[in-house]
Design a protein around this ligand. Structure first.
Ligand code: NAD
Ligand code: MG
Length: 395
């Protein structure tokens, strides 16, 4: 029996995680679930999976959460605030932590799980993009086992040899890691019409159903850029070891190409319950409730090279990856600001990449060697991105 904390339980990954867990009550027990403010859903989840703790990140919602828990007969203890997120991620009773908070807000609770040596199911890619080496060092020190949940990284993990040694691609005969992406909803749209892309158009992904921020990141392909950086850290790869390949059908979730000419791919229907189940049960396999792939249903299986004019955010992220930690932390922060402003209708779709680039260009590179410095750079880049948006776009 594994005891699991689900950080970000009310999100898309969180809901899918609880779905898989509920299919295997003999294997998994829920210790804590957390959400930012969606109290109804959080209490509904608490009724179903009977956790010991329910954590509401937003402290202002604490009383409402307690009242609602009482009305619904929820037995769990209600906690609130950032510190409580870290506590339920690192409590001694917990074996595994699903890190599924979106964005920089997930950094400290995810790191708390890593430092406590948990089995960490990492969906929150922003945490790793922000903290890179410090995250990996913390895992090495504590013995935490990081299992990638992002479907591409989970696929790569499955395609690597079982005895793969972190960072040593050559010893395993690996030529390239091939990171696939669908290309999002605007893969074939004329670039000169991008200016008019609406929030609704950018919020509709052709293959995956996900949270709001990652859906916009998928439309700009910043998501693939963040995943590029994530892959470097997860597997100890360099930027030259990874190629991005567009595969619009999202059936292959990524591949590893070997020096003998072999390419090993992981395939499946685009359903996040597959990597979640893999992360929960590894090295075993459990039923995830996912429809089996039926090849007679697949009429087309195609591949393209990404064009940086169409996807300037992808280029920015790869350049930031080559530049180092300061650049990737700032890029992540600027992008969170720009995406939020796009979703509020304050800037246009093309402006997301412009804000990201202008933020990076406006700030001289500094060394970042501690979480404190990472958080400082994150805050500075957010301020800079907001200034740029106010100045340039007059809102
Ligand atoms: P989502 O927006 O659906 O859910 C986010 C969760 O984080 C919610 O539970 C929300 O309450 C919580 N949250 C938001 N702000 C918070 C804050 N300030 N403090 C504490 N909690 C907060 O997002 P999602 O699509 O489930 O994605 C979660 C993470 O997983 C992201 O990092 C995303 O990149 C990654 N991911 C998602 C998918 C997917 O299919 N959805 C696939 C791969 C990776
Ligand atoms: Mg992904």
């Amino acid at each position: 029996m594994q005891t699991v904390t689900v950080l970000g339980a009310t999100g898309s990954i969180g809901c899918n995680t609880l779905d898989v867990i509920c299919r295997h009550p003999e294997k998994y027990r829920v210790f804590a679930i957390t959400g930012n403010a969606q109290l109804d859903l959080l209490m509904e989840q608490a009724q179903k999976c009977a956790p010991r703790y329910v954590v509401v990140a937003d402290e202002g919602q604490y009383q409402n959460a307690c009242d609602l828990a009482q009305q619904r007969g929820v037995d769990a203890e209600i906690l609130c605030g950032a510190r409580a997120l870290e506590e339920v991620a690192s409590a001694p009773e917990v074996d595994a932590v699903m890190a599924a908070i979106v964005g920089a807000a997930g950094l400290l609770p995810t790191l708390a799980a890593v430092k406590a040596g948990k089995r960490v199911l990492l969906a929150n890619k922003e945490a790793l993009v922000m903290s890179g080496q410090l995250f990996i060092d913390a895992a090495n020190q504590s013995g935490a086992h990081i299992l990638p949940i992002d479907s591409e990284h989970n696929a790569i993990f499955q395609c690597l040899p079982a005895d793969y040694r972190y960072g040593d691609l050559a010893a395993s005969g690996i030529r390239k890691i091939l990171l696939t992406g669908s290309g999002g909803p605007f893969r074939a749209r004329p670039i000169d019409t991008f200016e008019g892309i609406t929030i609704e158009e950018a919020s509709t992904h052709p293959n995956w159903s996900m949270g709001r921020k990652i859906t916009i990141d998928s439309a700009t392909m910043m998501n693939k850029g963040l995943e590029f950086i994530e892959a470097c850290w997860l597997f100890g790869a360099g930027a030259d070891d990874i190629d991005v390949v567009i595969h619009p059908q999202s059936i292959i979730h990524s591949m590893v190409q070997y020096v003998d000419g072999s390419v090993i791919a992981q395939m499946g229907n685009p359903d996040m319950r597959t990597p979640i189940a893999y992360g929960l049960a590894h090295p075993a396999r459990i039923d995830a409730g996912v429809k089996p792939l039926d090849f007679s249903d697949i009429s087309n299986f195609s591949f393209e090279t990404p064009c940086y004019v169409r996807y300037p955010n992808l280029k920015l992220a790869i350049e930031a990856c080559r530049e180092g930690q300061c650049a990737t932390t700032r890029l992540n922060a600027a992008n969170e600001v720009a995406v939020a402003c796009f979703l509020e209708g304050k800037i246009g779709f093309n402006d997301i990449a412009l804000v990201n680039e202008a933020t990076l260009n406006a700030m001289p590179v500094v060394n970042v060697n501690s979480i404190q410095q990472i958080l400082e750079q994150d805050a500075l880049a957010r301020t800079k991105a907001n200034d740029i948006i106010r100045g340039k776009f007059q809102c």
